[in-house]
Structures are given as structure tokens and as C-alpha cells.
Design a protein around this ligand. Structure first.
Ligand SMILES: Nc1nc2c(ncn2[C@@H]2O[C@H](COP(=O)(O)OP(=O)(O)OP(=O)(O)O)[C@@H](O)[C@H]2O)c(=O)[nH]1
Ligand SMILES: [Mg+2]
Length: 360
């Protein structure tokens, strides 16, 4: 069984690539399992994987490194349930030091073999370009430190979303990336379809799997960066009144984005999963996106009852993120008798990273 660990900054395209690649492998008759991971309880990525018919188990409420026991249990569970040929494990977008805290323990406890384990780091081509040119990424230095450390420990470095850069900018970026990281396998990629992820699938067969020396990382900086990004998740149901449920959802998404933009809050990843009994859609806004609206497809086709899951990682305080969403809920209460039930909601700063194991 192959285990592919997938790291990389918030919104860099890990889930998208895993889904496309899983579909490509499943179409060839291979069995694939996924382990998702994030800080909160209601994870958009896990639901989205399952809606895409990809078997997924999750480690929630903290990263793989700090919950290695849960990670290991999830691996056992998915192995027993589906006997996969390939497992993808997506780590939290603000997590680093995966070699020392996940890859090495997998080897030490002989859960996996070196030749069957890879670590890929995804980067959003737009952010990588700014970073390598010495420009200003829209985050505090300690958050940028995490972005750097993730790249540092990659064996395979995916320069993702290359469709969003003009060809001449892309070739310049790839040249700059190879010069800066000559020891890494650098893969330009578009993750959006099973066909477009072939270069990554091929890259996963290579022998240059991950940086063999674990990072010399400052946990003080890394931990403070992790905590800089507040988490918010919520699970709600929206039922049509005199206007359709999807109209309420669309207006609500617009309000949230407007308030975040107005407050000048840097976005790690703002993601929503919208579903009814028949259809589903994941809507995302990440750092580098300039959109002021994300739109639900074919609004006329949605049902009377919509489930909405919200996951947000923003560089602001826990109070600010919670107040922002609550303000948008209040502003969205209208005269149209749309019934909105919030089942669960939480906002917090992730704890300081404290790995279960660290083999340096
Ligand atoms: N244009 C383009 N968009 C992409 C590509 N890959 C991912 N995206 C978009 O980027 C956004 C974030 O993608 P995700 O796959 O959710 O990113 P992630 O790395 O899993 O994010 P976290 O789980 O929050 O860390 C989504 O809107 C995707 O559709 C790509 O190759 N090209
Ligand atoms: Mg993801």
C-alpha cells in the first residue's frame, strides 16, 4: 500500500488534486482511501470527498502531528474497511514538520515502507511567485514562516494552479523555483481534472520522495503562526420561505466576503459546502483570489432545503471571526421567512503544536 502525504499552505489545492487523482486511479480499478485533517469538527473537505464517492476518514480537532494516535487509527480503519492500494493523507494547511512528526514515525513503527511513502507540498503558483520575487505575501511573518517550512521539507514541490498564470510568467516562475530548490522535484500542475493531474501521478512514482533530513524548525515561530490564523466552522440548514433557500445562501456568501474585504482581514481559506438532496458544490475563496463574490451554480435547480457547512481560516482574532459571521447571520435575517437553523458553531485559535512523536 502506498501512502502519499499531501502538505501545503491553506487553499493551495490539496483536496482538489487528491479528488482528481483518486478519480483517475479509481477509473483504472485501483482502491483509494483518503484521510482528511483539520482543526474543527465539521470539515468541508471530508464531506466533499464522500460526496465525490471517495472513501474518506478524518482526523479532526487538530493536526496529524499532534494527534498521531488518531492518524494511525484512521489509517488502520481505512486499511481494514477498503484494503486500499493507495492512501492520500491531507494535512492541515497551516501544518509543517511532517517529515519528523508523521513520515518518520510511520517508518519507526514500521507502519509504512520508505519506498511506498511520499510527501508532496502544494503551493499556489500566485503566492509562490510573490514569495520568490521577494514581494509581500498578505500574511504576518510567522504565517509566511509556515509557508516556507512546508516548501523546505517537500521532496515533490507542486506549483499548482498554473492555469492562473500567463505562460511567460509561468516559465519564469519555474526557472526561479528550480534555481532556488535544485534538490526538489518541481511539478507544474493544474489540479482541476483527473486528466490534468497526470504529472503528479507520475511524480509520485519517483524515488525522490521527501527531504530526508527533518526540518530544523523553530516551534516558537511555527506555533505563533499557527495561532495567528483563527478557525471558524459552522453547520446550518436553510429552508425556503418566500424566497428560495439558495438565494439566502448566495446573499449570505456575498455578505461574508464583503465584510472580510472591508475589514482587510487576510484570508487563508474561506470554504463553503452547499448541498441539498440531489446536488452539491464546494465554494472557496483563498489568498490571491480577487473575487468579491462566489456563485452557486444554476440557482434555479436547488431544492427547498439546503445544508451549508462553513470552514474559515482567517488571519484575525477568534472574537473577530465569530463576530463577523454572527453579524452576517443577523444581517441575513429578513422578511422572507427563510428558516435558518445553526446546528453547531465554533471559533478558536488552534493550540500550540505539540507533536505526539518527533524523530529528528
Ligand atoms: N484555477 C485553479 N484553481 C484550483 C486549482 N487547484 C485548486 N484550485 C482551487 O483552489 C481552491 C482551494 O482548493 P482546495 O483543494 O480546497 O485547497 P486545499 O489546499 O485543500 O485547502 P485547505 O484544505 O484549506 O488547506 C478551490 O477553489 C479550488 O477549486 C488549479 O489547479 N487551478
Ligand atoms: Mg483541503
Amino acid at each position: 500500500m502506498k501512502i502519499h502525504l499531501v502538505s501545503g499552505f491553506l487553499g493551495s489545492g490539496k483536496t482538489t488534486a487528491i479528488i482528481s487523482t483518486s478519480k483517475a486511479l479509481m477509473a483504472k480499478g485501483m482502491k483509494v482511501g483518503v484521510i482528511t485533517n483539520d482543526q474543527g469538527k465539521f470539515l468541508v473537505d471530508t464531506h466533499f470527498m464522500r460526496l465525490n464517492d471517495i472513501p474518506a476518514v478524518e482526523v479532526n480537532g487538530g493536526c496529524f502531528c499532534c494527534n498521531y494516535g488518531d492518524f494511525n487509527k484512521s489509517l488502520e480503519q481505512i486499511t481494514q474497511e477498503i484494503q486500499p492500494d493507495v492512501v492520500f493523507a491531507e494535512s492541515v494547511g497551516s501544518c509543517a514538520d511532517i517529515v519528523a512528526t508523521v513520515v518518520k514515525p510511520l517508518m519507526e513503527f514500521k507502519t509504512a515502507h520508505e519506498e511506498d511513502t511520499t510527501l508532496t507540498t502544494f503551493t499556489d503558483a500566485r503566492l509562490l511567485k510573490i514569495y520568490l520575487e521577494g514581494g509581500d505575501l498578505p500574511f504576518q511573518d510567522n504565517v509566511i514562516y509556515i509557508f516556507e517550512q512546508q516548501i523546505q521539507e517537500a521532496g515533490i514541490l507542486v506549483v499548482n494552479k498554473m492555469d492562473l498564470l500567463a505562460d511567460h510568467l509561468l516559465s519564469e516562475l519555474l526557472e526561479r523555483t528550480s534555481q532556488r530548490f535544485p534538490e526538489k522535484q518541481i511539478l507544474p500542475l493544474v489540479s482541476l481534472t483527473p486528466e490534468s493531474v497526470t504529472p503528479w501521478l507520475e511524480g509520485l512514482q519517483s524515488t525522490l520522495q521527501y527531504a530526508s533530513t527533518p526540518l530544523n524548525i523553530s516551534y516558537k515561530l511555527y506555533g505563533s503562526g499557527e495561532q495567528e490564523l483563527a478557525w471558524y466552522d459552522a453547520q446550518l440548514r436553510v429552508e425556503s420561505g418566500t424566497q428560495s433557500a439558495v438565494t439566502w445562501v448566495q446573499d449570505f456568501l456575498g455578505l461574508v466576503i464583503q465584510h472580510i474585504r472591508q475589514a482587510g482581514i487576510p484570508i487563508g481559506h474561506l470554504k463553503f459546502l452547499v448541498s441539498d438532496d440531489v446536488r452539491y458544490q464546494k465554494l472557496s475563496l483563498v489568498s490571491g483570489d480577487t473575487a468579491h463574490l462566489i456563485e452557486v451554480d444554476q440557482p434555479e435547480k436547488w431544492g427547498e432545503r439546503i445544508e451549508l457547512t462553513i470552514n474559515a481560516r482567517l488571519e484575525c482574532s477568534q472574537e473577530e471571526i465569530q463576530q463577523l459571521f454572527q453579524k452576517c447571520f443577523a444581517l441575513s435575517a429578513d422578511e422572507t421567512k427563510t428558516k435558518v437553523t445553526v446546528f453547531a458553531e465554533e471559533a478558536f485559535h488552534p493550540g500550540f503544536p505539540n507533536p505526539t512523536y518527533r524523530f529528528a
